[in-house]
Design a protein around this ligand. Structure first.
Ligand code: ATP
Ligand code: MG
Length: 238
Protein backbone atom coordinates (compact mmCIF):
# COMPACT_ATOMS: atom_id res chain seq x y z
CA UNK A 1 0.00 0.00 0.00
CA UNK A 2 1.03 3.65 0.40
CA UNK A 3 4.41 4.34 1.91
CA UNK A 4 5.24 7.06 4.40
CA UNK A 5 8.78 7.63 5.60
CA UNK A 6 8.00 10.76 7.60
CA UNK A 7 7.77 10.78 11.35
CA UNK A 8 5.99 13.11 13.67
CA UNK A 9 6.74 13.32 17.36
CA UNK A 10 4.51 15.66 19.38
CA UNK A 11 5.72 17.57 22.38
CA UNK A 12 3.80 20.06 24.52
CA UNK A 13 5.68 22.02 27.15
CA UNK A 14 3.73 23.85 29.86
CA UNK A 15 0.90 24.69 27.50
CA UNK A 16 -1.95 26.85 28.78
CA UNK A 17 -4.81 28.13 26.70
CA UNK A 18 -7.45 30.77 27.36
CA UNK A 19 -10.20 31.91 25.04
CA UNK A 20 -10.55 35.69 25.03
CA UNK A 21 -14.03 36.84 26.10
CA UNK A 22 -16.33 38.14 23.36
CA UNK A 23 -18.24 40.23 25.94
CA UNK A 24 -17.70 41.51 29.51
CA UNK A 25 -17.36 38.00 30.95
CA UNK A 26 -13.86 36.84 31.85
CA UNK A 27 -11.54 34.78 29.65
CA UNK A 28 -12.25 31.05 29.54
CA UNK A 29 -9.30 29.12 30.95
CA UNK A 30 -9.29 25.81 29.12
CA UNK A 31 -5.84 24.23 29.39
CA UNK A 32 -3.65 24.68 32.43
CA UNK A 33 0.07 23.87 32.24
CA UNK A 34 -0.24 20.78 30.06
CA UNK A 35 3.00 18.95 29.23
CA UNK A 36 2.95 15.77 27.21
CA UNK A 37 4.98 13.68 24.75
CA UNK A 38 3.52 11.50 22.02
CA UNK A 39 6.13 9.42 20.21
CA UNK A 40 6.28 9.13 16.44
CA UNK A 41 3.92 6.41 15.24
CA UNK A 42 1.88 6.27 18.45
CA UNK A 43 -1.92 6.02 18.29
CA UNK A 44 -2.93 8.13 21.29
CA UNK A 45 -6.51 8.55 22.49
CA UNK A 46 -7.70 11.72 24.20
CA UNK A 47 -10.60 11.34 26.64
CA UNK A 48 -12.33 13.59 29.14
CA UNK A 49 -15.70 15.15 29.92
CA UNK A 50 -17.37 17.50 27.48
CA UNK A 51 -15.68 20.89 27.82
CA UNK A 52 -12.48 19.44 29.28
CA UNK A 53 -10.44 20.82 26.37
CA UNK A 54 -9.97 17.88 23.97
CA UNK A 55 -10.79 19.81 20.79
CA UNK A 56 -8.75 22.76 22.01
CA UNK A 57 -5.76 20.47 22.55
CA UNK A 58 -6.19 18.92 19.08
CA UNK A 59 -6.31 22.42 17.56
CA UNK A 60 -3.06 23.33 19.30
CA UNK A 61 -1.38 20.10 18.18
CA UNK A 62 -2.77 20.61 14.67
CA UNK A 63 -1.39 24.14 14.39
CA UNK A 64 -4.91 25.50 13.93
CA UNK A 65 -4.42 27.70 16.98
CA UNK A 66 -1.46 28.83 19.10
CA UNK A 67 -1.35 28.42 22.88
CA UNK A 68 -1.69 31.42 25.18
CA UNK A 69 1.54 30.27 26.82
CA UNK A 70 3.91 27.32 26.54
CA UNK A 71 5.43 25.59 23.55
CA UNK A 72 4.15 23.07 21.00
CA UNK A 73 6.60 21.04 18.90
CA UNK A 74 5.85 18.84 15.90
CA UNK A 75 9.07 16.96 15.33
CA UNK A 76 11.80 19.56 15.78
CA UNK A 77 9.61 22.47 14.70
CA UNK A 78 8.20 24.76 17.36
CA UNK A 79 4.81 25.41 15.79
CA UNK A 80 3.78 27.80 18.55
CA UNK A 81 6.48 30.18 17.22
CA UNK A 82 5.51 30.04 13.53
CA UNK A 83 3.59 32.75 11.70
CA UNK A 84 0.21 32.11 10.09
CA UNK A 85 1.57 31.44 6.58
CA UNK A 86 4.02 28.84 7.86
CA UNK A 87 1.34 27.21 10.02
CA UNK A 88 -0.96 26.93 7.01
CA UNK A 89 1.66 25.28 4.86
CA UNK A 90 2.68 22.91 7.68
CA UNK A 91 -0.96 21.90 8.16
CA UNK A 92 -1.39 21.22 4.46
CA UNK A 93 1.70 19.08 4.13
CA UNK A 94 1.97 17.30 7.45
CA UNK A 95 -1.49 16.84 8.94
CA UNK A 96 -4.70 15.04 8.07
CA UNK A 97 -7.85 16.02 9.98
CA UNK A 98 -10.94 13.87 10.58
CA UNK A 99 -13.99 15.52 12.18
CA UNK A 100 -17.19 14.45 13.89
CA UNK A 101 -19.35 16.07 11.19
CA UNK A 102 -17.08 14.99 8.30
CA UNK A 103 -16.63 18.57 6.95
CA UNK A 104 -16.72 17.55 3.29
CA UNK A 105 -17.07 20.27 0.67
CA UNK A 106 -20.70 19.92 -0.56
CA UNK A 107 -20.04 21.30 -4.05
CA UNK A 108 -17.22 18.83 -4.75
CA UNK A 109 -17.81 15.17 -5.57
CA UNK A 110 -16.15 12.28 -3.74
CA UNK A 111 -13.13 12.22 -6.04
CA UNK A 112 -12.64 16.00 -5.76
CA UNK A 113 -13.05 16.00 -1.98
CA UNK A 114 -10.35 13.35 -1.61
CA UNK A 115 -8.15 15.15 -4.16
CA UNK A 116 -8.47 18.47 -2.34
CA UNK A 117 -5.17 18.39 -0.35
CA UNK A 118 -3.29 17.42 -3.53
CA UNK A 119 -4.97 20.22 -5.49
CA UNK A 120 -3.86 22.71 -2.83
CA UNK A 121 -0.33 21.36 -3.19
CA UNK A 122 -0.66 21.75 -7.00
CA UNK A 123 0.36 18.18 -7.70
CA UNK A 124 0.34 17.07 -11.37
CA UNK A 125 -2.99 15.74 -12.63
CA UNK A 126 -1.67 12.26 -13.39
CA UNK A 127 -0.34 11.92 -9.85
CA UNK A 128 -3.62 13.19 -8.39
CA UNK A 129 -5.62 10.69 -10.43
CA UNK A 130 -3.44 7.77 -9.47
CA UNK A 131 -3.31 8.70 -5.78
CA UNK A 132 -7.04 9.39 -5.42
CA UNK A 133 -7.97 6.12 -7.19
CA UNK A 134 -5.67 4.23 -4.84
CA UNK A 135 -7.11 5.96 -1.75
CA UNK A 136 -10.74 5.48 -2.86
CA UNK A 137 -9.98 1.80 -3.26
CA UNK A 138 -8.49 1.57 0.22
CA UNK A 139 -11.59 3.20 1.77
CA UNK A 140 -13.91 1.07 -0.41
CA UNK A 141 -15.52 3.91 -2.36
CA UNK A 142 -14.26 3.53 -5.94
CA UNK A 143 -17.85 3.09 -7.10
CA UNK A 144 -18.88 6.44 -5.50
CA UNK A 145 -16.21 8.66 -7.06
CA UNK A 146 -18.65 10.93 -8.90
CA UNK A 147 -21.25 11.12 -6.14
CA UNK A 148 -21.73 14.24 -4.04
CA UNK A 149 -21.64 14.28 -0.22
CA UNK A 150 -25.46 14.66 0.04
CA UNK A 151 -25.81 11.36 -1.85
CA UNK A 152 -23.80 9.42 0.74
CA UNK A 153 -24.54 7.78 4.09
CA UNK A 154 -22.80 9.10 7.21
CA UNK A 155 -20.40 6.16 7.24
CA UNK A 156 -19.55 6.75 3.58
CA UNK A 157 -19.01 10.47 4.20
CA UNK A 158 -16.55 9.65 6.97
CA UNK A 159 -14.73 7.21 4.67
CA UNK A 160 -14.36 10.04 2.14
CA UNK A 161 -13.06 12.27 4.94
CA UNK A 162 -10.51 9.61 5.90
CA UNK A 163 -9.48 9.38 2.24
CA UNK A 164 -8.97 13.14 2.22
CA UNK A 165 -6.98 12.93 5.48
CA UNK A 166 -4.53 10.34 4.12
CA UNK A 167 -4.23 11.21 0.41
CA UNK A 168 -1.17 13.44 0.94
CA UNK A 169 0.36 10.81 3.27
CA UNK A 170 0.73 13.09 6.27
CA UNK A 171 2.87 11.90 9.17
CA UNK A 172 0.19 13.10 11.63
CA UNK A 173 -3.54 12.37 11.68
CA UNK A 174 -5.86 14.14 14.14
CA UNK A 175 -9.37 12.83 14.64
CA UNK A 176 -11.97 14.68 16.74
CA UNK A 177 -14.75 12.25 17.72
CA UNK A 178 -14.69 10.53 14.32
CA UNK A 179 -17.47 8.12 15.33
CA UNK A 180 -19.52 10.66 17.30
CA UNK A 181 -22.12 10.98 14.58
CA UNK A 182 -22.31 7.34 13.47
CA UNK A 183 -24.21 4.26 14.61
CA UNK A 184 -22.15 1.47 16.18
CA UNK A 185 -21.83 -0.56 12.97
CA UNK A 186 -20.53 2.37 10.92
CA UNK A 187 -18.47 3.51 13.89
CA UNK A 188 -16.74 0.13 14.00
CA UNK A 189 -16.09 0.30 10.25
CA UNK A 190 -14.46 3.72 10.63
CA UNK A 191 -12.37 2.60 13.61
CA UNK A 192 -11.21 -0.47 11.65
CA UNK A 193 -10.27 1.78 8.76
CA UNK A 194 -8.30 4.18 10.98
CA UNK A 195 -6.52 1.18 12.50
CA UNK A 196 -5.65 -0.09 8.99
CA UNK A 197 -4.29 3.36 8.11
CA UNK A 198 -2.20 3.32 11.27
CA UNK A 199 -0.79 -0.11 10.50
CA UNK A 200 -0.03 0.54 6.83
CA UNK A 201 1.11 4.18 6.80
CA UNK A 202 2.38 4.36 10.39
CA UNK A 203 1.36 7.98 11.03
CA UNK A 204 1.16 9.36 14.52
CA UNK A 205 -2.56 9.50 15.40
CA UNK A 206 -4.30 11.48 18.11
CA UNK A 207 -8.02 10.77 18.43
CA UNK A 208 -10.44 12.48 20.82
CA UNK A 209 -13.43 10.37 21.78
CA UNK A 210 -16.11 9.81 24.41
CA UNK A 211 -16.40 6.16 23.43
CA UNK A 212 -14.68 3.40 25.41
CA UNK A 213 -15.01 1.17 22.34
CA UNK A 214 -13.17 3.72 20.20
CA UNK A 215 -10.55 4.23 22.90
CA UNK A 216 -9.82 0.49 22.80
CA UNK A 217 -8.37 0.90 19.32
CA UNK A 218 -5.55 3.18 20.47
CA UNK A 219 -2.20 2.36 22.09
CA UNK A 220 -2.99 4.37 25.23
CA UNK A 221 -5.35 6.97 26.68
CA UNK A 222 -4.50 10.51 27.74
CA UNK A 223 -7.20 11.75 30.07
CA UNK A 224 -8.07 15.43 30.46
CA UNK A 225 -9.89 16.84 33.47
CA UNK A 226 -10.30 20.50 34.36
CA UNK A 227 -7.76 21.51 31.74
CA UNK A 228 -5.06 19.21 33.11
CA UNK A 229 -3.80 15.77 32.24
CA UNK A 230 -4.38 12.83 34.50
CA UNK A 231 -3.38 9.22 33.83
CA UNK A 232 -1.12 10.10 30.92
CA UNK A 233 -0.10 7.11 28.88
CA UNK A 234 -2.35 4.57 30.56
CA UNK A 235 -1.85 1.45 28.44
CA UNK A 236 -5.04 -0.20 27.32
CA UNK A 237 -5.30 -3.80 28.48
CA UNK A 238 -6.58 -6.24 25.93
N1 ATP B 1 -13.79 29.71 20.46
C1 ATP B 1 -14.08 29.61 21.75
N2 ATP B 1 -14.31 30.74 22.49
C2 ATP B 1 -14.58 30.67 23.79
N3 ATP B 1 -14.65 29.52 24.50
C3 ATP B 1 -14.43 28.38 23.83
C4 ATP B 1 -14.14 28.35 22.43
N4 ATP B 1 -13.96 27.07 22.04
C5 ATP B 1 -14.15 26.33 23.15
N5 ATP B 1 -14.42 27.10 24.22
C6 ATP B 1 -14.65 26.64 25.60
O1 ATP B 1 -13.50 25.93 25.99
C7 ATP B 1 -13.84 24.80 26.77
C8 ATP B 1 -13.21 23.54 26.13
O2 ATP B 1 -13.80 23.33 24.87
P1 ATP B 1 -13.40 22.11 23.95
O3 ATP B 1 -14.18 22.26 22.71
O4 ATP B 1 -11.92 22.03 23.83
O5 ATP B 1 -13.92 20.86 24.82
P2 ATP B 1 -14.06 19.33 24.44
O6 ATP B 1 -13.35 18.54 25.49
O7 ATP B 1 -13.65 19.12 23.03
O8 ATP B 1 -15.64 19.08 24.59
P3 ATP B 1 -16.62 18.08 23.77
O9 ATP B 1 -16.38 16.72 24.32
O10 ATP B 1 -17.99 18.60 24.10
O11 ATP B 1 -16.29 18.21 22.31
C9 ATP B 1 -15.35 24.78 26.83
O12 ATP B 1 -15.73 25.31 28.07
C10 ATP B 1 -15.78 25.66 25.69
O13 ATP B 1 -16.99 26.30 25.98
MG1 MG C 1 -14.63 18.55 21.30
Amino acid sequence: MLQNDCHMRISLQHVSHDYAPSDESGAVHVLDDVSLEIASGDYAVLMGASGSGKSTLLNLIGAVDRPTSGKVFLGDVETSALDEAKLTSLRRVSIGFIFQFFNLIPTLNVFENVAFPLSLARRPKSEVNERVREVLKSVGLEHRATHFPNELSGGEMQRVAIGRAIVHRPPLILADEPTGNLDSKNGAMILDLIRDVHQSLKPTIVMATHSAVAAGYGDYVIRLADGRIEDEGLRIEE
